[in-house]
Design a protein around this ligand. Structure first.
Ligand SMILES: [Zn+2]
Length: 316
């Protein structure tokens, strides 16, 4: 059985694990990123974490095929560089070369959302199909497109930002500079924003009641739980959320016609309540009514997708 190291490089923590060729994590660990330090120091800690995980597992470097890293931001795969990553504060960071100063193994680098999509394609919700898209509904909306079994990151390494598909021209201002991006309607952040808005104008709604009137305590789960309980104000927010999410998914189907679209991230913990609603709405708006289209599913790997997908870069 071939073994690979996967590294999930985040703004807060670095996770690393040993993953077998079927995408199972054998052992994993993490350390704080300390992203404000010089980049060389972060990579030194990453190297130490990798060596530590190998030792904890009872292996040696020679048992490992390669190291894969999933990083936020835009990536130059050929050069092994993080071109730009806002939450790390890095520009043109030669991550692969720097890590190889500490460990003599092939090192691969890819965007973290693409890596999560790859993980779902290899051992998660999209296992067994060649073309899939994974979207992650969290603070923002992330996405990973897998075509013919490989992550698709475009011609300039900045694909695929499906969270910035425009679903409402002239809509809510987005951090990317445009207005009306999917992220502004289908993220957990959007659900919280709209939950607060309706809780304010409907003081009797379950949303406000379940946080004891302290609207700053509203989370995506609070809004969804209130909708599940049948609260009218929460259902209005939820239905609107589902509408925009479905519009994003219809656009993804029209652009890529994948076999599976997997939905992950914090909001996906709403489970079948979310899935059934979004499937119904997509079905109403799909273009080709008589031809099968993407099966919409919940992601399966959760936070492990980062480590698994990064490791599997070495298997491509
Ligand atoms: Zn945007």
């Amino acid at each position: 059985m071939k073994l690979y190291i996967g590294v999930d490089l985040g703004g807060t923590n670095i996770g690393a694990g040993i993953v077998d060729e079927e995408g199972n994590i054998l052992i994993k660990d993490e350390v704080p990123t300390g992203a404000s330090r010089p980049f060389e120091e972060v990579i030194e800690d990453m190297a130490a974490l990798i060596k530590d995980v190998i030792e904890q597992g009872g292996y040696t470097i020679s048992d490992i095929e390669s190291i894969g890293i999933g990083s936020p931001g835009s990536i130059d795969k050929e050069q092994g560089k993080v071109v730009f990553a806002n939450n790390l504060g890095w520009k043109h960071a030669p991550v692969c070369k720097e890590l190889q100063k500490h460990i003599d193994l092939p090192v691969y680098l890819e965007n973290d959302a693409n890596v999560a999509g790859l993980a779902e394609a290899i051992s998660g919700a999209c296992k067994g199909v060649q073309n899939s898209v994974t979207i992650t509904l969290g603070t923002g909306v992330g996405s990973g497109i897998i075509i013919e079994g490989k992550p698709y990151s475009g011609s300039h390494g900045v694909g695929a930002e499906l969270g910035h598909i425009i679903v409402q021209v002239g809509g809510v201002q987005c951090g990317c500079g445009n207005k009306g991006c999917l992220e502004q309607y289908a993220s957990a952040t959007a659900l919280i924003r709209e939950g607060k808005r309706v809780a304010k104008s409907n003081p009797d709604s379950l949303i406000g009641k379940s946080v004891g009137g302290d609207l700053d305590k509203i989370t995506a789960k609070v809004v969804i739980d209130a909708a599940k309980a049948g609260d009218e104000a929460a259902l209005e927010v939820f239905d609107n959320y589902i509408y925009y999410l479905a519009m994003g998914i219809v656009t993804i189907v029209n652009a890529f016609d994948p076999s599976v679209i997997a939905i992950g991230g914090g909001v996906s913990r709403a489970g079948d309540f979310l899935l059934d609603a979004v499937k119904k709405k997509v079905d109403e708006h799909i273009f080709y009514k008589d031809i099968p289209y993407a099966d919409i599913r919940l992601s399966q790997l959760g936070n492990d997708a980062g480590i698994i997908g990064a490791a599997m870069l070495g298997r491509l």
